[in-house]
Write a protein that binds this ligand. Structure first.
Ligand code: AMP
Ligand code: GLY
Length: 426
């Protein structure tokens, strides 16, 4: 087969992990990343085009003669990158603007679930506080209040009592998240453990692409503010094959079929955030992309070549593709974050030791930049992803934390208990 020119869109740890895996493919002739980061620069050419510049990225894809565009972040899907690429006939791994509403609009997703009878929390969608209040009267504490649109993972409030719930509704409708909060979604609270399931889709067919569990809170013991994710591991023991099967039948398959039937065929990663309730897996949310840092652990565990799968999904040919194969080992990822993350991360901190880590540890760059002297500096809230494979999750954890011991970030912090749910005696 002829070698491919691939354009990868994004600049975080997820994209570094994707670049690392794509670059290992014998099918990859040229890998260009936009805008990329210093870690990605080791395996790809960087071009300085933003992930939200759909026109600029489409022009870049044409200029380099891309055979495939792989989209990391949802922000690129929201601005219609996949639609632009479809117009010029370039295969894109990532959904259309309309299909990506499964992530970009919580109200769309809840209404979709209702139309197709998918298991999820009871809900209501409101544009005014008075009707929100009437619905809240029908629920019991705690209350779940969400801004409809994208709010960088901060648009969800779990309110312990009614006063907090009312305040959250007023806050969101009052413009705290801009237009993302013009509508609020109020949900019944679901009890259980959370886990994430991934499917690769081509509009008609879905292929299981592993599972992971993450730690959203900033501090040990799952305390502190919500973040984009402080660490993750795969596979998650709590998501048994029987539960995966149930979620597949009750959520993933009807979602792919329903999206196609409604004229919005779903292409790319379908990432289901699940609540494992006593009544079975229920949908917390869909994302239209790989999880970050879930993706890092999936890339470490993926044994087979990722490129044929991404290309088959982009071209609508998944039914004929070889399913992925996985290593027996467990993978873990620990996020090294900048001081002040998530509220006000301090950028510019000096990073040392990041390039010295050795197997089984792998370090992905999430928010780094090089200064004039060539030193690495923090440029975002989540700075490095220190990952490892191990025969067991415990061994993977020990290897990742050993590697972290050789890395420093001025003012940085990381959680010391990544994997605790899976590692505790069950
Ligand atoms: P989301 O952005 O929709 O994934 O929500 C962020 C987090 O809020 C989830 O990971 C859950 O921990 C929690 N959450 C969201 N919706 C619910 C719900 N209906 N019941 C319980 N917890 C929820
Ligand atoms: N780690 C959670 C996410 O990517 O949404």
């Amino acid at each position: 087969m002829e070698k491919l020119t691939i354009l990868l869109v994004g600049s975080g740890g997820r994209e570094h992990a994707l670049a690392w895996k794509i670059a290992q493919s014998p099918l990859c002739g040229r890998l260009v990343a936009a805008p990329g980061n210093p870690g990605i620069a080791a395996v790809a050419e960087l071009r300085n085009v933003k992930a939200t510049d759909a026109d600029g990225l489409t022009a870049l894809a044409r200029e380099i003669g891309a055979d495939l565009v792989v989209v990391g972040p949802e922000s690129a899907l929201e601005v219609g990158l996949a639609d632009n690429l479809a117009e010029v006939g370039i295969p894109c791994f990532g959904g259309s603007q309309r299909a990506a509403r499964l992530e970009t609009s919580k109200a769309f997703t809840k209404d979709f679930c209702a139309r197709h009878g998918l298991p999820t929390a009871a809900y209501g969608v409101f544009e005014d506080a008075a009707s929100a209040s009437v619905f809240l009267d029908t629920l019991e504490a705690p209350f779940v209040i969400k801004a409809d649109g994208l709010a960088a993972g901060k648009g969800v409030v779990i309110a312990a009592d009614r006063a907090q719930a009312d305040a959250a509704v007023l806050d969101m409708l009052g413009g705290r998240f801009g237009s993302a909060g013009a509508r609020v979604v109020i949900e019944e609270f679901m009890h259980g453990e959370e886990a994430s399931l991934f499917a690769i889709c081509d509009g008609k067919t879905a292929v299981l692409f592993g599972a992971a569990q993450d730690h959203k809170r900033a501090h040990d013991g799952d305390e502190g503010p919500n973040t984009g994710g402080m660490g993750t591991y795969s596979p998650p023991p709590v998501l048994t094959p029987a539960l995966i099967d149930q979620a597949w039948r009750e959520l993933i398959v009807p979602t792919v079929e329903g999206m196609a039937a409604e004229g919005n065929p779903y292409v790319g990663v379908l990432y289901a955030g699940l609540m494992l309730t006593p009544a079975g897996p229920k949908l917390v949310e869909y994302n239209a992309r790989f999880g970050d840092p879930e993706c890092q652990t999936l890339m470490l565990r993926l044994e087979s070549d990722i490129v044929p799968l991404l290309l088959a999904a982009a071209k609508g040919e998944l039914a004929a593709a070889q399913p992925p194969t996985w290593r027996d080992e467990a993978a873990i990822c620990v996020v090294l974050a900048a001081e002040g993350y998530p509220d006000a991360p301090k950028t510019g901190g000096l990073i040392t030791g990041a390039e010295a880590a050795v197997a089984p540890a792998v370090v992905f760059h999430a928010g780094t930049t090089r200064d004039a002297e060539g030193s690495l500096r923090a440029s975002g809230g989540r700075v490095l992803n220190v990952c490892a494979l191990g025969a067991t999750l415990g061994e993977a954890r020990d290897a990742a934390y050993a590697a972290l011991g050789g890395i420093s970030l001025e003012g940085g912090f990381y959680r010391r208990d990544i994997g605790w749910r899976a590692l505790r005696a069950r």
